[in-house]
Design a protein around this ligand. Sequence first.
Ligand code: ZN
Length: 276
Amino acid sequence: MPSEITDLSRMCLHTMTTRHWDLNECIRQYTARGIRNITIWRNVLEGQDLEAVRRKLDESGMKVVSLCRGGFFAAASKNKRENAIAENMGAIREAERIGAPLLVLVCGADPGQPLETSREQIFEGIMEILPAAMEAGVKLAIEPLHPMYAGDRSAINTLKQATDMALKTRSPYVGVTIDVYHTWWDPELKPEIARCGKEGRIFAFHVCDWKLPVLDLLNDRGLMGDGCIPVPLIRSWVEQTGFTGPVEVEIFSERYWAADQHQFLDQIINAYLTHT
Ligand code: ZN
């Protein structure tokens, strides 16, 4: 049976979940409620002095779990692929400067070419940025996305594909992010989580819920307990592999973003404690 989460020590919140708050406000509000782990989205770092950001995080006792996000390696245009590499190099430097040990990769897809071609370009892209990531001490986590995003966001759509690609790099710096929103439907999920864990490649674990009906492909995620994903069960599979890392709440929702964000944060904590 799934174990229960009874405190917030392992809870991590993505800054994108409380999209209307800048980084200072996220740190203030999260710490005020006892949340000690944060995953930072790059948009909140724009225009910031990264040394000051790092000092602020240290002073607040906040642990940075990861930086979101790099990737988008796949493109029919060579120019775009080169830009993506430069963008990822920038993300690795940012991660290093703020003390984030992990960069999450949304790998990309281009509707103008076959998924197979996109996957080759993704592998090449990861191999190209890998030396810089190792140099910076920043690990890379391939996040498989739900197949509804295969057209333009990611040609990596199952946990199996993500684990296979991580293993193909032959580097301990490349692993996988398991997000319940993207993977819950997969009939091979349980054995693939076991395999990914056995290979030591589960680098991150993201939670939210799949509410019905889904009104928007990107920004209509539910709070844990709102929908049909058995989050505690999937978490138990992840933890059976020995994973003891943070449980990261990542919710994009126009509906929740339109509500009072303080109330939303209270709801998130409640959903974390009762449905995760
Ligand atoms: Zn995610």
